[in-house]
Structure formats: C-alpha cells, structure tokens
Design a protein around this ligand. Structure first.
Ligand SMILES: Cc1ncc(COP(=O)(O)O)c(C=O)c1O
Length: 500
C-alpha cells in the first residue's frame, strides 16, 4: 500500500479537514488494512514522531485521507486504546497516551553508567558571554505592528521568489535614510545590498576579493587582508575560506595602528572602527584618516564592521569611516545587536566598483534573504519604531554598564575595566595567568564567562604571533547586554564572586 498523508483535525469530528495538520503513515500492505494501520501508528508513536498527547485525526478524516473504511480506522483506534498506545476521551478526541513512549523506552536496555573522570561544569544559570543583545527585550509588539502593516501593504510579488537580488527596495530606501542620519554613512539606496547577517555580507565581499586575487595579472598582495590583532576568529576564518590570507596590523591600546597598513602589503583591511571588538575602543580620527589614505593610495578597500555602532554612551557619537570615502570603504551593518541575531538581517554599502560583483554572487541559489522580514524591517525603521527601540535599549544598556562599574568599584576595586564608552561588553583586566582559572571557577558557580585570549590572532591555532602582549595579557570580555533584566543583578553578583 502506498504512503499516505492524513489530516489531523484539531477540534471535533465535524471540523473542516483543511484546518487540520498532516499525518504521514506508511501502511505496509501485509496482514490486512486494520493491522497495517495499527502497526503504522505504533511505529509513529514508538519512534517519537507522534509525541505523547498528540491529537490524532478523527476516524472520518483519516479514513477519507487513506481511502479506507471509517470503521477500519475506528476499530484500529479502539484496539490501540485497549493496548494503551492511545487514549480516547469524550470531547478531547483520540490522543497518543502519555505513557506510551515511556513504556517503549523502558524496553530499551539500560544505558551503561559512565563515570566521567572530570565532572562537567553545571549548566550556567547566568550568562555574561559577549556577542548577544538582551533577547528578552525584543520589541515583540511593535515588530508585530510593523509586520502586520508591511504584509497588508506588500505587493503580490513580495510573496514570490523575488527578483530583488540586492534586497527589497523599501528596505534599501529606509536604510539609506537611517544610516545617513544615524551613522554618517553616505549611501544611495542603489549601493545598499541586504544580506543574511553581517557575516554573510563579509563572506560575499571576501569571495569577490578572493576571485579578483586569483585573476591573471592580479596585484601582488591582492589575496592579503589585514586584520586587527584581536577580533572574531569566525570572521578571519570566513576570509581564509574565500582563499584569502590574513595578516595582523600593529595594535596598541588605541586599537589597530592603521598608519602601518602599507607595511602589511595587504589590499584590504577588516576593522571595527566605532567599537573595536573585543577591546571596545573607538578608532581615533587620525587612524581613521590613515586607513582611508592607505586605501586611496594602494587602490585597497577598508571593510568596516559596524556591528553595534548604535550603542554609545558618552554623548560623543562615532560615525562611520565610510562617510570619509564611500568609494574605498565597504560599510557592513547588522540588526543582530540592535534587534535580534535570529532575524539574520544585515546590510552592505558598497563602492561602485564592487557592487555588481557582490550582487552577482548574492544571486546564487541558497543566498536569498527573507523578503517578508525585509519588508517588516523597512516598516519598522520608516515608522520610527527602530529609533525608539534603539534609544530605549541604549538607556537600558547604559544603566547595566553603570551597575557593572559600580559593582566592580565596590567589590573588586583592583580590577581595571575598559571599553566602557560603547557597545554591550566591557573588558576586565586580570592578574597574569588567571584568565582560564577565573573562567573555570565561574563555570562551577553557574556563570558563563568569556576570556580575551580566544580573540587573539593565532590563538589556539599556533598561527602568526601577533603584536599584542604589550597591549593586555589576561582579561575577561564581559557581555553585560546578554542576560535578561531580572537576571542581571544575580549575574553581577556571581561575577564579583568569581574575580580573583
Ligand atoms: C564583531 C562582530 N561583528 C559582527 C557581528 C554580527 O554578525 P551577524 O550580523 O552575522 O550576526 C558580531 C556578532 O557577534 C560581532 O561580534
């Protein structure tokens, strides 16, 4: 007998089949229809495909979908109820019994007891890892309002595969206005390309740079990208995955020494100018100017990662480097910190010479970004909800940062804290040699913490030594944006207890 899809009816026997959900059953064809239906249902329960409590389709709907007699289904259900696989209650329909799976699991041989030599740390109760905003503060209500309006007004083509390779025009227009106003980016909508997070944008640009470097007659160093000595290893790996090589640019307490870029012989540089990740400093004006001057003189390009530039607390707004020279800077932004990383929405503002090649790569199957989410974000920005949300979160994160500073001043005054003017994380200097033990100790107290070492170029890979040891030795990178409000005080308390 063929595989069949039946419809699960949510309310009662007379409910419209079309509102139910599908149930896939394979009837084996041996031992009669009733027996094979029972066996298929048992298999579905046993394998966990039908979870305990799941409501089954009515006998009428299942019979109709499987093209068998209703009585056959009713008899099979009754027999499975008698066997304990299913339950049937007036008004509640036929459901998978709560203990059906447990009975089956008990038949499995008991798992051998493993005695670990090292006990694993308990699951963290508090999370101060960097990289995440407070996801409990996602503006659910105003996002839904924007989504409703965006979907109501969307043209029919928005629900199709989409012909807008570089992104929905509504979002590109909204971003052009917003980025010019809030981040000092010089962007015509035609130069904006929407991508699935900043990391996808970096990959697209990396692929174009890699392909260019492999062309006959490519300039020497065309495959070299200068990177900050401290930064996200996943971004460096993305670039090497595109056939590029990375090289460290000198680094000190003010961030990357961009005046030394020429010495790297690279043709591109990846920077986090508004808020160096993870150190948290802003690139000084003369170093911004030096980066652009280098790009102009060498025909190179600055890749500007503006991952959390919206969050600055000292009143001194730091705009985008891109505003200095849009033809030599690729600006990369994201909704991951300002709204939610789950949206997977990011944007590139590209020089004219790169736009077509990047858009061509984005055209490949598998690289599309949800058009409906783009429309919602466009509406969210255009209605002013994005500004309101960012301003509200800025105040909230600033309060948290102040709480962190106050707690350290009171309970660990010997710990120096840096990178506090912006963003969602701070750097806490530790006595030499204590970083890993502090992280391990915190884990035992249920607190997830991150250290500085893993962000060093070459860390853990035995790769290039980078000029950083004179900058800072051991440190924690504390993500004060991560916990929900109600857990923040507890997290700070656990942090202070974990510090040496
Ligand atoms: C330095 C830096 N850049 C960019 C991002 C955001 O990447 P995406 O937009 O792919 O989530 C992150 C996220 O953690 C980050 O730490």
């Amino acid at each position: 007998m063929a595989d069949s899809w039946a419809t699960e009816v949510p309310s009662d026997e007379t409910a419209d089949f079309a509102v139910g959900s599908d149930l896939h059953l394979e009837l084996s064809g041996t031992g009669g229809v009733r027996a094979s239906l029972m066996s298929a249902l048992r298999d579905a329960v046993r394998s966990g495909r039908l979870a305990p409590g799941t409501r089954l389709p009515s006998s009428r709907s299942l019979a109709s979908d499987l093209d068998i007699a209703r009585n056959t289904v009713a008899d099979a259900y009754a027999e499975l109820v008698a066997e304990g696989w299913l339950t049937a209650r007036q008004g509640s329909g036929t459901r998978v019994a709560e203990r059906a799976v447990a009975c089956e699991i008990r038949r499995e041989p008991p798992a051998p007891v493993r005695r670990p030599t090292v006990r694993p740390a308990p699951t963290p109760v508090y999370d101060l890892m960097p990289g995440s905003p407070d996801v409990s503060s996602f503006p659910r209500a105003s996002w839904l309002t924007a989504a409703r309006k965006a979907l109501t007004n969307a043209p029919n083509d928005a629900f199709g595969y989409g012909t807008h390779v570089a992104g929905r025009p509504e979002l590109r227009r909204a971003l052009a206005d917003y980025l010019a106003r809030a981040r000092g980016v010089r962007a015509a909508p035609e130069r904006i390309l929407i991508c699935s997070g900043l990391s996808e944008g970096l990959r697209l640009v990396g692929e174009v740079l890699g392909a260019t470097a492999r062309m006959p007659g490519a300039a020497p160093g065309a495959d070299l990208v200068a990177v900050e000595s401290f930064g996200l290893d996943i971004h460096r790996d993305l670039l090497t995955g595109c056939g590029l090589r990375t090289v460290a640019v000198g680094f000190d307490e003010q961030g990357p020494r961009t005046e030394e870029l020429a010495a790297t012989r690279a043709r591109a540089v990846l920077l986090t100018p508004a808020h160096q990740f993870p150190f948290g400093v802003a690139l000084p004006p003369e170093r911004r100017a030096a980066a652009v001057k280098w790009a102009v003189e060498t025909g190179g390009v600055v890749l500007e990662d503006d991952y959390d530039g919206e969050f600055r607390y000292d009143g001194q707004r730091v705009g985008a480097v891109q505003g200095l020279d849009p033809e030599h800077v690729v600006y990369m932004g994201t909704a991951s910190k300002s709204l939610s990383p789950a949206l997977r929405l990011g944007w590139l503002v590209l020089p004219e010479r790169l736009f077509a090649a990047v858009a061509e790569l984005k055209r490949r199957p598998g690289f599309q970004t949800s058009g409906l989410d783009q429309l919602t974000l466009a509406e969210f920005i255009a209605s002013g909800a994005y500004d309101r949300h960012v301003r509200g979160m800025r105040q909230r994160y600033q309060r948290r940062r102040d709480q962190l500073i106050a707690a350290l001043a009171e309970r660990a005054p010997h710990i120096k804290v840096g990178g506090i003017a912006a963003g969602l994380h701070a750097v806490l200097e530790l006595p030499a040699g204590t970083e890993q033990s502090v992280i391990n100790g915190a884990a035992w107290q249920g607190l997830a913490l991150d250290g500085l070492r893993r962000y060093r170029l070459g860390a853990g890979t035995g790769g290039d030594a980078a000029p950083y040891d004179d900058v800072m030795g051991d440190a924690l990178v504390v993500g004060y944006g991560t916990p929900p409000d109600h857990a923040y005080t507890g997290a700070l308390d656990a942090l202070c207890r974990a510090l040496p």
